[in-house]
Design a binder for this molecule. Structure first.
Ligand code: HEM
Length: 79
């Protein structure tokens, strides 16, 4: 089985839509690449910002985690 790369929270934070071209969001330890999403343009999604672990914030969303299904997990958050 292929092992995904691990990234620190600091590396994740750089993928916030401002500092680097990639836009990443972490959810339950998995890092998703949402760069292609129009809904995450510039790293902003309603009142939420990319480059972070947004697991606790999903409770504020009007949708379930099913929204992640069309995105690839590109890595894991390094503990
Ligand atoms: C105020 C809170 C939020 C609002 C109003 C909101 C609203 C929306 C809406 C309207 C969509 C379109 C698709 C759908 O409804 O199924 C969507 C997609 C999505 N949301 Fe949220 N959301 C919120 C919070 C969050 C949070 C906290 C996360 C991450 C943990 C998140 C992750 C996503 C993702 C990954 C998509 C898919 C984007 C795409 O398909 O291009 N959302 N959201």
């Amino acid at each position: 089985m292929e092992t995904l790369p691990e990234y620190t929270l600091a590396q994740l934070a750089l993928r916030n839509g401002t500092d680097k071209p990639e836009i990443w969001v972490a959810f339950r330890g998995d890092i998703y690449d949402v760069t292609k999403s129009k809904l995450w343009r510039n790293g902003k999604h309603y009142e939420h910002w990319a480059g972070q672990d947004l697991t606790p914030e999903l409770d504020d969303a009007p949708h379930s985690e099913a929204v992640f299904s069309k995105f690839d997990v590109i890595g894991k958050v390094k503990k």
